[in-house]
Design a protein around this ligand. Structure first.
Ligand SMILES: [Zn+2]
Length: 574
């Protein structure tokens, strides 16, 4: 998925072909001559708040209500877009000006080119002259057509105009797009080849994702799960433990012992502890053989749940005051061998980089700010990892400018930074990033998904200077700033990187023996995972397994794995 729809269509008959036959469309005139040939981002409104008014509201309160409800249920529910106003247009009223007319419904341009344009959107409420077949399903037609036309008003071109379309023979309408936000989508409400006329008035998954990318996320939470997993070695056992957010907001756990079948799930808290989609960071802490899990609970306090010597799990314990960090935000817990320290890094509510720590399993210290405020959004994606050379602890996050900040300490001395190590506007502010040690050549490698959906790497070798970022995949491999995980896999000295594509497929990129990057390959069908939702990946010694956990659109936990570096198994639900 690329970064912006392309937009230029002027006139469009909304997908009536399937309903009334192709003759209407075939006769449609396309107003390209007066349209700019490539507008792209320039047609995306600068704000997600977009004014709407009616040129001639008339006695159509019921129909106007259908239109407003339809766009609320679709574009607004999916994103931060809010259509405001909806009164009668005055001279000079900005935004989208709608004329009610028994005409072929269309817009007189795309996106912000409609700003203040007289009769910029024309909607048919009666269908006495045009689209007469809609007379028997008037409400359905009005809602479905309005949703399509408001797609144009948001700057979206016809999906079937794309150069990468397939299985679609509809004539192009309007200027060709040259900039794609998502992979080609037959089921888009903007696609005349949608097997359901006008998508039945509903957005496709990729329509929802696209409008999110263009205008910001909606308030609907990412559902459930948010897995995090760790290998816990206790006595002569190797346990694999995976935590997740249950649908009722409790902290859930599944586990297996010595690679036998999974047990659980069990709840380690009451309901409502965690918001949906909350991040969890788990770490093995060798002193006292503890396993600890950290998360930003619904009250905005960092909490820990832990067990010692494979005993009973503790109740959730609050480590900070409430409102320290965005509820459910990211944090990164890491064992730092010097002084047996356990450190938890996060971006606090004022945007400062913060650390909580304990030494020799003593009491917790902090939170202490390691930077000034305003570095990154609260709860921004963050990764802290130990680098053996010089006993360094390094932490990276995506700052407010969409660049990447790095802070570190050596030999348990003072913290340095944060410093920017990549230019701004690489990725969405606060997006996800993961940092992994790769033993060959003592490399340290960080991965993120850039604004074009490409997986990027930053790396250093032998503790030299940082290099990159460099893209190691094409566009559309991941969701910009979305979840990404990396793991060293000892067989064949592989480094493996997984992300979820905008189409909901789990995509894997890897290298062996520090050679070229391979992939991406999809390990699941499209739609298997929730795009952008957290992932977890861990190596398990037994059977040399590598396991990837993800959340499906129902909010449930799923697993993909390989053993002995063989083929990846098909995903299954835990
Ligand atoms: Zn159209």
């Amino acid at each position: 998925m690329a970064d912006g729809f392309i937009l230029t269509i002027a006139r469009c008959v909304p997908l009536l072909a399937a309903l009334v036959g192709s003759s209407t469309l075939a006769q449609e005139r396309i107003g390209t001559t007066s349209q700019p040939l490539s507008v792209q981002r320039a047609s995306v409104w600068p704000s997600a708040q977009i004014g709407v008014c009616w040129e001639n509201p008339g006695n159509n309160a019921t129909e106007r209500g259908w239109v407003r409800a339809a766009v609320q249920r679709t574009w607004e529910a999916a994103s931060a877009v809010r259509f405001t106003g909806w009164g009668t247009c005055a001279s000079g009223t900005r935004g989208i000006r709608i004329q009610i007319i028994d005409n072929h419904s269309h817009t007189e341009g795309l996106g912000s080119r409609l700003d203040g344009k007289a009769n910029g959107m024309q909607l048919n409420f009666t269908f006495k002259n045009f689209s007469k077949s809609c007379q028997s399903t008037r409400q359905y037609c009005i809602e479905a057509i309005a949703t399509h036309e408001f797609g144009h008003a948001l700057g979206l071109a016809h999906e079937h105009n794309r150069s990468d379309r397939f299985d679609c023979a509809e004539a192009h309408q309007g200027t060709e797009p040259d900039y794609f936000v998502t992979p080609y989508d037959t089921t888009s409400i903007m696609n005349y080849c949608n097997p359901t006329w006008n998508g039945g008035g509903n957005l496709s998954d990729l329509d929802r994702l696209g409008v999110n990318v263009l205008y910001g996320k909606g308030t609907a939470p990412v559902p459930g799960s948010s897995p995090e997993t760790v290998s816990y070695k206790t006595f002569n056992l190797e346990q694999f433990e995976t935590m997740f957010v249950a649908p009722n907001g409790s902290l859930g756990l599944v586990w297996k012992v010595n690679n036998s079948w999974w047990k659980g799930p069990v709840s380690l808290s009451g309901p409502g502890l965690l918001p949906q989609g909350a991040h969890i960071s788990m770490v093995s802490y060798p002193p006292n053989n503890q396993l600890e899990a950290f998360y930003a609970a619904s009250d905005g306090a960092v909490h820990v749940t832990y067990k010692a010597k494979n005993g009973a799990w503790s109740n959730p314990i609050r480590l900070t005051p409430p409102n320290t960090v965005r509820p459910g935000g990211d944090l990164s817990a890491v064992f730092y061998p010097l002084n047996n320290q356990l450190e938890v890094l996060f971006i606090g509510s004022n945007g400062a980089l913060n650390v909580l720590w304990k030494a020799q399993n003593g009491s917790w210290n902090g939170p202490a700010a390691l930077s000034g405020p305003g570095q990154a959004p609260s709860g921004a994606g963050i990764t802290a990892t130990y680098y053996p050379l010089n006993n360094q602890l390094e932490v990276m996050f995506a700052g407010n400018d969409g660049g990447i900040g790095l802070a570190w300490k050596a030999q348990n001395g003072r913290w340095n930074g944060p410093f920017g190590i990549a230019p701004p506007r690489q990725m969405p502010a606060g997006g996800r990033i993961t940092l992994q040690y790769y033993p060959l050549n003592n490399q340290f490698e960080a991965f993120f998904v850039d604004n074009s959906g490409r997986v990027n790497v930053l790396w250093k070798a032998q503790n030299g200077r940082w290099n990159g970022p460099a893209a190691i995949t094409g566009p559309g491999t991941g969701v910009p700033g979305g979840s990404i995980v990396a793991s060293f896999y000892p067989l064949n000295n592989q480094l493996e990187v997984a992300t979820v594509g905008p189409n909901g497929a789990v995509n894997l990129t890897w290298k062996a023996q520090n050679g070229r990057w391979n992939g991406p390959v999809a390990l699941s069908n499209a739609g298997a995972a929730t795009p952008g939702s957290p992932l977890a990946m861990r190596y398990q010694t037994m059977s040399n397994q590598l396991e990837i956990f993800y959340t499906d659109p129902g909010g449930l936990l799923n697993l993909i794995f390989k053993a002995q570096n063989g083929a990846w198994n098909r995903p299954f639900r835990l």
